[in-house]
Ligand binder design. Structure first.
Ligand SMILES: [Zn+2]
Length: 364
């Protein structure tokens, strides 16, 4: 067998020597004649860059020696022929090689996991984003939800002109408060100076109605229908879930891309106006909205009529409808729900509607 040896009188870079066991003495072929090394004085240990190598050491008059089998086959031979006096040391060596091998693999596992986990999390999130967002949204304390809402509102303010002043805003607040009696949220009502027909609800109880939507209504009951619907997106935490969904995804994405700049927050306002709800959430908001109208003693006909009117206007190409996808039989489902709830007596809402719409002109 061949051993790679260092130390003693050998050259700096070591020397490959032939070796063989003769009983408990190792004969090594050195250039200046054979050397005889008794096994009794040998130390066997594990070494090398990966801790897998066998290193046999001894000390004699020529100094310190360190040899390793030159190949796995040489190692086999060394082990097979080694004398009994080395058995205990070789056992320890085997154990320690096994350990470092496991440790070595564990190191790779940790490294691999370190890189793979974010990707795995991202993948899992992607696949289950909807369910996860719902789960997270249900667990966010209301105080945190309101903080998130305030943050979003500030973003909206930066992009739109919002007001709580004037007749239109007063009517929105008035009707809104009737619809949210007993709610756990403290609602704030805003009118936005925007000609598109839209309204949206921010998590925590901030409702924004575009002036364009108010202009599109023929009476207070129609506005009440939209408000009753929007409020449900807050009450049922649809808006919060939508934001968790979008922010969660973009936060995870920026985490994966190593970019945690303010882009996440900057996107929030944009997402709010265009927050897409599912058809399920829409019908939940419709049905919950009807119940709120009943509790408030407001006729449901305005709601039913307004949504129907919008779907026929501009081929249904209305901003409110683009972010609030309706089922094909929305009107029918609403009528059905009303009859399920049992019709209720409703006093017409007493507002001077032309004057309310006229007041929007003062916003500019
Ligand atoms: Zn909706």
């Amino acid at each position: 067998m061949n051993l790679q040896c260092f130390g003693g009188p050998l050259p700096q870079g070591g020397l490959k020597v032939t070796a063989s066991w003769h009983g408990s003495v190792l004969h090594i072929g050195l250039p200046d004649g054979s050397g005889h090394v008794p096994a009794v004085g040998m130390t066997v240990k594990a070494g090398g860059f990966d801790g897998q190598q066998m290193i046999v050491e001894w000390r004699n008059d020529a100094g310190y020696w360190s040899c390793s089998p030159a190949s796995p086959a040489d190692q086999e031979q060394f082990l097979a022929q080694a004398p009994a006096v080395l058995t205990e040391q070789l056992k320890k060596w085997r154990k320690s090689v096994g350990k470092t091998r496991a440790g070595f693999h564990f190191g790779w596992l940790v490294l691999g996991t370190f890189f793979a986990l974010p990707l795995l999390a991202l993948l899992l999130f992607w696949l289950n984003a909807d369910r996860l967002a719902g789960w997270v949204a249900q667990r966010i304390p209301q105080a945190e939800e309101v903080k998130l809402g305030e943050l979003s509102l500030a973003q909206v303010r930066a992009q739109m002109k919002l007001t709580q002043q004037g007749e239109a805003a007063r009517v929105v607040r008035d009707i809104g408060q009737r619809l949210t009696q007993g709610s756990r949220y403290h609602y704030q009502w805003y009118v936005a100076d925007d000609p598109t027909i839209n309204a949206f609800a921010i998590p925590g109880g901030f409702v924004v109605v575009h002036s364009g939507l108010i202009k599109a209504t023929d009476n207070a009951e129609e506005l009440a229908g939209v408000l009753a619907h929007e409020v449900q997106h807050v009450e049922q935490r649809h808006s919060l879930k939508g934001m968790v969904h979008d922010i969660g995804l973009s936060a995870l994405l920026s985490l994966a891309l190593g970019d945690m700049s303010g882009s996440v927050l900057a996107n929030m306002a944009q997402q709010l106006g265009g927050l897409k709800f599912s058809r399920d959430q829409e019908s939940q908001a419709d049905l919950g909205g009807l119940e709120a109208l009943k509790r408030a003693g407001i006729s449901p006909q305005g709601m039913i009529h307004f949504f129907d009117k919008l779907s026929k206007q501009d081929g249904g190409n209305i901003e409110l409808l683009s972010s609030h996808p309706a089922s094909d039989n929305r009107e029918q489902a609403l009528e059905q729900r009303v009859s399920q709830l049992g019709s209720w007596s409703a006093q017409p809402l007493q507002y001077n509607w032309p004057a309310v719409k006229q007041s929007l002109k003062d916003m500019r």
